[in-house]
Design a protein around this ligand. Structure first.
Ligand code: RB5
Length: 148
């Protein structure tokens, strides 16, 4: 499975930590995750909309199945990602929310705040999101309405 990742200067350290973690995991087919890292990879100030939209476009265009984005709070980069049609990016700060993001929203992207999220929590949230199954049913109608 291909996962695209992007961050601004407030999130790149957490991005890189999560990237290293993902590289140690296997997907449900027993294959490793292939990471497409869209930057940034340095502490110099950059604009989160550029990075959030680049990651969201990779997901919307099918170049990656899932996306992970990070900024200082997670707020700006999640807003940016959700401007791209077909993207459902959930800003998460607990394992329960990461689980619900998959079960109810079939979120194809997660956003996290690098200044508010420990690496351990980030790993747990990614695990929950990857392992959880989308429930479908009544949620299909609601997800279709998002792109209506
Ligand atoms: C950058 O300082 C900060 O504004 C950004 O990372 C993010 O938190 C915006 O929502």
């Amino acid at each position: 499975m291909i996962i695209a990742m992007a961050a601004d200067h407030g999130g790149f350290e957490l991005k890189n930590d999560v990237k290293k973690y993902l590289e140690t995991l296997k997907d449900s087919d027993g294959n490793g995750y292939k990471i497409v890292d869209l930057g940034t990879n340095a502490p110099e100030s950059v604009d989160y909309p550029i990075y959030g939209k680049a990651c969201a476009r990779a997901v919307a265009d099918g170049k990656a199945e899932l996306g992970l984005v990070f900024c200082g709070s997670g707020i700006g980069i999640s807003i940016a990602a959700n401007r791209i049609r077909g993207v459902r990016c959930a800003l998460v700060n607990s394992v329960e929310l990461a689980t619900l993001a998959k079960k109810h929203n079939n979120a194809n992207m997660l956003a996290m705040g690098g200044r508010f999220t420990s690496p351990e929590l980030a790993r747990q949230m990614v695990d929950a999101w990857l392992k959880e199954k989308y429930e479908g049913g009544r949620h299909n109608r609601r997800i279709a309405l998002l792109d209506d």
